[in-house]
Design a protein around this ligand. Structure first.
Ligand code: DSN
Length: 417
C-alpha cells in the first residue's frame, strides 16, 4: 500500500477512507460481507495480468498453465461444496450468469417466470429495465398478500396458464425458505425448466442450512460475495446435459477473457467454505438474524413474512411513521448502514419504500453474536423513533463506534499500511 500511496495518493486515500468507513460502520446490507484477507489478496494479485480465453487446457493464448491450475482447483472445490454435475466458474457477475442460464434454456421472446422485484425478486428475474424483461416475455409471480410468502398453489395456477419456458426460483429480499422441490414439481407439470438463483443464500446452502436446489434445477446460478463470503463474482452449476451450452454462452457468448484473479479468489473462498468453521459461521448468521427478529418484534416492529429463516429481515416501518428512505438516511447518520426496500404490496414508490432490509452476514464475519444483535436493534430503534433529534443520533453514533471498536475489522491491514 505504501507503493500505491506514493504513486497515486488520491486513490490510496480513497481506499484508506473506505477501510475507515467499513471499520466504523455497522454493515447491515444483506448482500454484503467481509471476505478474508486471503480472498482479497488473491483478487488483487497478478493473476489479473493474464488473458486466458477458453477453458482449462483449451485456451486461445499461450502461458496458461497456472491459469488452468487455478480454474481446475476452483471447479474441484466448488463441486465438493455443492455436488453439482458441472460447474463453470468464469461468470463475471450475477446478471451475466443469469443471462447465460436463460440463453441456454430459452430463445428470445420465450416466456420466463420470476418473483416480482417489489416482492423480493431481482432485476434480472424479468424486470422491464433489465435485459431479462426486454428480451423475454415475462410473467411475474408474487408473494401471498396475507402470509407474504410464496404460495405454491397460485404459482402453479399461473404457470399452468402461462406455460413458461423457464421458472426462476430465487430472490434478493425474501426472508423465508425457498422450496425447490415444489418449484420442480410445478416445472415438471407445465414442461418448464427450473433456474435457481441462490445468490443470497449460497453460503447457507453450502453449509447445509438451507435446502439445496442442485437436485431439482436445470441450472443454478449464484454470486460468490454475499453469504458465501468470496470475491465479487458468480458461478453457474448445471446438469451435465447443459454443460456444453452453458460453457459456450459464458465464453465466448457473453464475455471474452475470464477474470483469472477473481477465479483465484473464488478458489480461495471455496477452500474456506469446506472448513468446519464455515458451517459455524453460517449457523451464527442465522442465529443472529433470529435474534434480531425477536428483538425487533419485542420493540413492536412488523416484519415481512413475520420473521426470517435465513440471513435477512424486511422491516415494515409504516406503523412507526417513517419511510424506508428516511430510515436509511437517519441510520446512516448514526453509522448504521441498511438499504431502504419495498415491502410486498408497498403503497410507496421504490425510491421511497416503506421498509428496510437488514442482514447479518457482514457483522457475523466481524464476530458479533446474538447479544450484539440485540443491542443493534435497540440502537436502530432509538434512531428510528427520533429521526429529528441530532443529539440522539449523535449519542447512538458514539455507541456504534464503541461496538465497532470492540470487533476490529481487518487488523492485518494495519501492517500492510
Ligand atoms: N444488489 C444485490 C442485493 O443487494 O441483493 C442484488 O444484486
Amino acid at each position: 500500500m505504501q507503493l500505491l500511496k506514493k504513486a497515486d495518493p488520491e486513490i490510496y486515500e480513497a481506499i484508506k477512507s473506505e477501510l475507515g468507513r467499513e471499520r466504523s460502520n455497522l454493515e447491515l446490507i444483506a448482500s454484503e460481507n467481509f471476505p478474508s484477507i486471503s480472498v482479497l489478496l488473491a483478487q488483487g494479485s497478478l493473476m489479473q495480468n493474464k488473458y486466458a480465453e477458453g477453458y482449462p487446457h483449451r485456451r486461445y493464448y499461450g502461458g496458461c498453465e497456472f491459469m488452468d491450475r487455478v480454474e481446475e482447483l476452483a471447479i474441484e472445490r466448488a463441486k465438493k461444496i455443492f455436488s453439482a454435475e458441472h460447474i463453470n466458474v468464469q461468470p463475471l457477475s450475477g446478471v451475466p450468469a443469469n443471462m447465460a442460464a436463460y440463453f441456454t434454456l430459452a430463445n428470445f421472446g420465450d416466456t420466463i417466470m420470476g418473483l416480482a422485484l417489489p416482492h423480493g425478486g431481482h432485476l434480472s428475474h424479468g424486470h422491464s429495465v433489465s435485459f431479462s424483461g426486454k428480451w423475454f416475455k415475462v410473467v411475474h409471480y408474487t408473494v401471498d398478500q396475507d402470509t407474504e410468502v410464496i404460495n405454491y398453489t397460485t404459482l402453479r395456477e399461473l404457470a399452468l396458464q402461462e406455460k413458461p419456458k423457464i421458472i426462476v426460483s430465487g430472490a434478493s429480499a425474501y426472508p423465508r425458505t425457498l422450496y425447490f422441490d415444489k418449484f420442480r414439481e410445478i416445472c415438471d407439470e407445465v414442461g418448464a425448466y427450473l433456474v435457481a438463483d441462490i445468490s443470497h443464500i449460497a453460503g447457507l446452502v453450502a453449509a447445509g442450512l438451507h435446502p439445496s436446489p442442485i437436485p431439482y434445477s436445470d441450472i443454478v446460478t449464484t454470486t460468490t460475495h454475499k453469504t458465501l463470503r468470496g470475491p465479487r463474482s458468480a458461478i453457474i452449476m448445471c446438469k451435465e446435459k447443459w454443460a456444453k451450452d452453458v460453457d459456450k454462452w459464458v465464453f465466448p457468448g457473453i464475455h471474452g477473457g475470464p477474470h483469472m484473479h477473481t477465479i483465484a479468489a473464488k478458489a480461495v473462498c471455496f477452500k474456506e467454505a469446506l472448513e468446519p468453521e464455515f458451517k459455524e459461521y453460517q449457523l451464527q448468521v442465522i442465529k443472529n438474524a433470529k435474534s434480531m427478529e425477536m428483538e425487533l418484534k419485542h420493540l413492536n416492529y412488523r416484519l415481512v413474512a413475520n420473521g426470517t429463516d435465513n440471513h435477512l429481515l424486511l422491516v415494515d416501518l409504516r406503523s412507526k411513521g417513517v419511510t424506508g428512505k428516511d430510515a436509511e438516511e437517519s441510520l446512516a447518520r448514526a453509522n448504521i448502514t441498511v438499504n431502504r426496500n419495498t415491502i410486498p404490496y408497498d403503497p410507496q414508490k421504490p425510491f421511497i419504500a416503506s421498509g428496510i432490509r437488514i442482514g447479518t452476514p457482514a457483522l457475523t464475519s466481524r464476530g458479533m453474536k446474538e447479544q450484539e444483535m440485540k443491542k443493534i436493534c435497540t440502537l436502530m430503534d432509538k434512531v428510528l423513533t427520533n429521526i429529528q433529534s441530532e443529539q440522539i443520533i449523535k449519542n447512538v453514533k458514539e455507541e456504534v463506534n464503541e461496538l465497532c471498536n470492540a470487533f476490529p475489522l481487518y487488523p492485518e491491514l494495519d501492517n500492510i499500511g
